[in-house]
Design a protein around this ligand. Sequence first.
Ligand code: AVJ
Ligand code: FE
Length: 445
Amino acid sequence: MSTEALGDLSAQDLRARAAEALTRARARSVALTDAVDDEDLVRQHSKLMSPLVWDLAHIGVQEELWLVRDVGGREPLRPDIDDIYDAFQHARADRPELPLLGPAEARAYVKQVREKAFDVLEHAPMEGRRLTEQAFAFGMITQHEQQHDETMLATHQLRTGDPVLHAPEPPPARSGALPREVLVPGGAFTMGTSAEPWALDNERPAHEIAVEAFWMDTVPVTCGAYTEFLDGGGYDDERWWSLAGWAYRQDNGITAPRFWKREQDGWWRTRFGVYERLPADEPVVHVSYHEAEAYAAWAGRRLPTEAEWEKAARFDPATGRSRRFPWGDEEPAAEHANLGQRHLRPAPAGAYPAGASPTGVHQLIGDVWEWTSTDFHGYPGFAPFPYREYSEVFFGPEYKVLRGGSFGTDAAAIRGTFRNWDYPIRRQIFAGFRTARDAAPGEVG
Ligand code: AVJ
Ligand code: FE
């Protein structure tokens, strides 16, 4: 569906689309929390994460705040728990100590909120307020739930014990031989969006920005390529690391990506409770920004800027226009990208020829979030909407932008303009990277 087409949907169609998206998100939240027993739901599997039962009730509280109370103007269901589930009031490490709703209570609560939210959806006008224009609030809450589902998936990866999640294997590489890198032409392009109905505040507004011609890796850096850096002593050679990166590596004794282990016969990893040999052709995942940056320096390259990433993903040289996705304006389908936890791992490099961008860059959407070298900031003309705490309070040099989504990101929560951010030391997220380099003066594309 094109942006314009969504803009033309009738109120009835918007309601159906919102209901379908909310229902799909809920099925995923239920599957992620039903997969483990109650004891496991209330446990903290890592100081970096909330207990799963916190995420579940927090999803409900956010939905109550925006859909039931604000859009619907209805009475609060549980005003007494607002504070407990306010992410700004309590750090993740402290959440197990809170008087949380238990598993049964949390499940009943989110169900009750959803019934009210659906009632609001049926009656709310889809215009008149910016919050309801094109069902924005429903799209925002769908994305919020899907984002927490990805966070819960990361919690699953940190939990120890037998595997409880299952999914089919991703498709094999099927692109044929790909060039190592492709040239993305220099010049202005449209970054961000003012037209995408469910785009969040930090993706707005659309603006023209110029980038110099550059070379971009055709596919994300694979485990095989990363192992060369590792086995070549890259983690012990200060030359490749930034000052902050080297301090991080030293202070934390970082010697390989998270979840990797060296055995007699090479590198192995733990993935959702399965211990397995590392697949050489799969994009590397669970690396920090610092590790990505060091690898790029070792390879004689650099990380792409956020603008370069978006130009590679959206710019169509034939029309001069920016697409919604690398493959065009249609919503992601199974042949385009590895999204939505359809598979429990990134797909091999070359698995998605139908998802390539016009300039020939593959797997920009799905598989692994990609670190960019850009700090998280608002675009020119940024306006917080509907609340400062979604994006604006995170603007600044402490956070790096990640792009493209991972195998754990749902299609509802990703597009060519979508921006994620995290601390450069984080590696429990499904993050990898690709590298870039400046084009030489003659190579202008
Ligand atoms: C956009 C993924 C950084 O999980 O911290 C969830 C999304 N905001 N609840 C996060 C979010 C509020 C956010 N990220
Ligand atoms: Fe949240």
